[in-house]
Design a protein. Structure first.
Ligand code: PEP
Ligand code: MG
Length: 777
């Protein structure tokens, strides 16, 4: 114990110390045990620290960690600690140390330490160490071969645990002490200190009320916080949350571990998808939360706790739910409302996993078919991302805050929203007419006919820049000097094809067929795929449908397709490589595509092609299937999303009818930055001049062979990106459905000569910032 005390102070804070020995002396311990010593008058520990409750630990392995966790939890409770230092009743001490406390800070996976290497830092983010900076911190910490601990006041957390970091409850300008030990301790400290001190822009709504409407007769009102501007008028509808039922016990812990592992990896893949989708639709600010959710699902603390429960014969679902609930409870008790609201995020991420482990769903959360003002306890980011502005006129939640991710997403979807309105929200009758005033944060229930009419008039008087775009959405996108650009939609599901047409899409330029393959236990059959592709083709009524063949593998694991674990999934067996490695899967899909082609204008697109031989092989398999079926030839193209495909574009162009450039992946491979990386993802920008020069090279190579070039990555849906791309010679843009009208309108306002000038200036830029600055000039 003395040796330990020399290398690390075992004083925990609040008069509690936990002396223990060195790991190399473990063998000397015959039986794990604790000895509790009370020193009511206190004894000097290390300089400046006075210990009153001293708990000596002799542990052979890690049997004592549970008690240690409970003990660190006690540190929240001054009264209890003071009492334990004097109680004459040993049972009281035993009881306090044995009972887990929901408000306990996390126990570290190893022993608590505060070795010599440590730095102090002040949290720079304007909202404290909340989900985004904490995610970045945990993720960065994991990159170092070092144990990292963060101390804030008397609380400590494992620096690699997002949940632990959040539970510290550090506010803006809060001071933390970061300690590290291990081979890369000093590098870790330098990087983490920088990271935590960085300020982080936060998107908050602070708009001036624009509509000027107020009711003449004030009836029933529910007041909350303004979260997204606008007026919504319609019947209210309470969103009922679903409950997932799980069995408590299970007989086979190994099996349960496996089930949990599978559910976690499926949920992570789904979050990655969602991140991309929301990023495309609403930008990185709204999407970043899904990276934090994925981080929760890799949190070493949470996983270890669930695992310990499984070892005690709890089912995977029960163990997971209890772990998440315990943690969410503790988070929700933090006195910082922003951090406390992370409990919603944790539950949201947890439920994504639970859905795959649970049995009966008692109540289904169903979004209404008719347009309504949605009322809910709270909306998780996943709920918000799933809202269809055509059916949800606005929403009002009992909980949440204007900086919650649901609010950020509402603003980007242009859905008026009020949050933090309290439980009154939940006691409204479904179907009652209401007006939701998103500018002032008020829900008016059952207003008079006169007020309703005035609100309708105020809403239509709001000058909406999108109105004109929306009205002209079916008009072609022709530049002022007469060059026509095709604007198509990116779709994940067959049913989105009709939405694409309604939004002005001239076809579906990218059907991400992998959506049909994810979240299930077996691959979709030929019949099921045929039905889906046919549905999309028919909904398009002759407009083109580009079906991208399965782009899975790597990070989008298919549970029914066991593949060896890969260290670098983005560089692994994914995209077309997976299709070639699993020809039966590929052939089934191709058959379904050829059959569906009888019902529309379908083209085939291969993802992630990186090599000429690979393309020849995919083409040969496709041709074989076509012949077997006696089907007609379909136009075939490849995604250009790997630098090697750009380099070989001329040879590749000779083999296919069209190219579709995937700037999301192309940027990640050109810049060598993982597009889902919590720290780097914001820099993975398809407008980087390095990426633009690759696109330029591709277009030139394709032109030499008469091959058409489109872009279906995220930059095609940005006004500046679209102009630069057409200036580079791209003739088809495929964008997310909500962006179609705006992109068409932008093209109608520019001449090709100007777009070419813009593209030339962008190619000459030195940085992505310089390219983006062109959009402001
Ligand atoms: C891309 O990489 O740009 C692309 C459109 O494909 P995905 O985002 O599905 O990988
Ligand atoms: Mg891609």
């Amino acid at each position: 114990m003395l040796a330990r005390e020399k290398v690390a102070n075992t004083y925990l804070g609040k008069g509690v110390a936990i002396p223990h020995g060195m790991p190399q002396d473990r063998e000397l311990i015959r039986r794990t045990g604790l000895a509790v010593l009370q020193v009511p008058d206190g004894v000097a520990w290390q300089p400046g620290d006075t210990a009153r409750l001293i708990i000596g630990i002799a542990a052979r392995a890690d049997e004592h960690l549970g008690i240690l966790g409970n003990l660190t939890g006690l540190l929240y409770d001054d009264e209890m600690v003071a009492r334990l230092a004097i109680t004459p009743d040993p049972q009281e001490v035993v009881a306090a140390l044995s009972a887990p406390r929901v408000d306990a800070p996390l126990s570290e996976p190893g022993e608590p330490f505060e070795a010599g290497l440590a730095v102090e830092a002040v949290v720079g983010s304007a909202h404290g160490l909340h989900a985004r900076p904490a995610t970045a911190f945990a993720e960065a910490a994991k990159g170092f071969d070092a144990e990292v601990m963060v101390r804030h006041g008397t609380h400590r957390a494992n620096g690699k645990s997002l949940a632990g970091l959040l539970r510290l409850g550090v506010k803006a300008q809060g001071r933390v002490r970061i300690s590290a030990r291990g081979p890369e301790a000093s590098a870790a400290l330098a990087a983490l200190q920088r990271l935590i001190e960085e300020s982080e822009p936060e998107e908050v709504f602070s708009g001036e009320p624009a509509h000027g409407w107020a009711p003449l007769a004030a009836g029933a009102t529910v007041r909350g916080l303004a979260a997204a501007p606008g007026l919504a008028i319609g019947p209210v509808r309470l969103l009922r949350q679903r409950k997932i039922v799980v069995a408590r016990c299970a007989k086979d812990p190994e099996r349960e571990r496996q089930r949990l592992g599978e559910a976690l990896s499926m949920a992570r893949a789904e979050l990655q998808e969602l991140y991309q989708e929301v990023r495309e639709r609403s930008g990185p600010a709204g999407a970043a939360i899904f990276l934090a959710h994925a981080e929760f699902l890799s949190d070493p603390e949470l996983l270890a706790r669930a695992d310990r429960r499984i070892a005690r014969d709890e089912s995977a679902g029960w163990a997971w739910r209890e772990t998440i609930e315990e943690e969410a409870e503790s988070l929700s008790k933090l006195d910082d409302p922003l951090l406390a609201s992370r409990a919603t995020d944790l539950r949201d991420a947890g439920t994504r996993v639970l859905r795959r482990l649970g049995g009966v769903i008692e109540e289904k959360a169903e979004l209404p078919r008719e347009p309504v003002i949605l009322l809910a306890e709270d909306l998780t980011p996943s709920d918000a991302a799933g809202l269809d502005p055509a059916r949800v006129l606005g929403f009002c939640t009992a909980g949440g805050g204007p900086t919650s991710h649901a609010a950020i997403i509402a603003r980007s979807l242009e859905i008026p929203a009020v949050v933090g309105a309290g439980p009154a929200v939940l006691h409204q009758r479904d179907g009652v007419p209401a007006v939701l005033d998103g500018d002032n944060g008020i829900l008016y229930i059952d207003p008079s006919e006169e007020d309703l009419a005035a609100a309708r008039a105020a809403r239509s008087a709001l000058v909406h820049p999108c109105d004109e775009e929306h009205r002209d959405r079916h008009e072609p996108a022709v530049t002022t000097d007469g060059v026509r650009i095709e604007v198509d939609a990116n779709a994940g599901l067959a049913k989105e094809a009709s939405q694409a047409v309604a939004a002005g899409g001239e076809g579906v330029g990218l059907l991400r067929s992998e959506f049909l393959f994810l979240e299930r236990d077996t691959a979709p059959s030929e019949e099921e795929q045929y039905a889906a592709y046919r549905e999309a083709a028919e909904a398009l009524g002759g407009l083109p449908l580009i079906v991208r063949t399965l782009d899975a593998g790597g990070d989008k694991a298919l549970p029914y397709l066991p593949m060896p674990a890969e260290e670098n999934p983005f560089l692994g067996v994914r995209g077309i490589r997976l299709c070639i490695a699993r020809p039966e899967l590929f052939r089934t899909q191709l058959r379904a595509i050829f059959r569906a082609a009888a019902h529309g204008s379908i083209k085939i697109l291969y993802p992630m092609v990186s090599d000429v031989a690979e393309l020849r092989e995919a083409l040969a398999i496709t041709e074989e299937v076509r012949r077997e079926m006696g089907a007609g030839r379909l136009e075939t193209g490849i995604m250009i999303e790997v630098p090697s495909a750009v380099a070989m574009a001329s040879e590749l162009a000779g083999l296919v009818d069209f190219f579709s450039i995937g700037t999301n992946d192309l940027a990640q491979y050109v810049l060598a930055m993982d597009r889902g990386h919590p720290l780097l993802a914001r820099q993975v920008d398809g407008l980087h001049p390095a990426v633009l020069r690759m696109i330029d090279q591709t277009v030139r190579a394709a032109a030499g062979k008469g091959t058409r070039v489109g872009v279906c990555g995220g930059v095609a849906g940005e006004p500046l990106g679209a102009l630069i791309l057409i200036g580079l010679g791209v003739t088809e843009l495929s964008v997310s459905i909500p962006s179609i009208a705006a992109i068409k309108a932008r093209i109608r306002n520019v001449s090709m000569a100007d777009a070419q000038g813009l593209a030339r200036r962008a190619l000459a830029c030195e940085s992505v910032e310089a390219v983006r600055a062109l959009g402001k000039g």
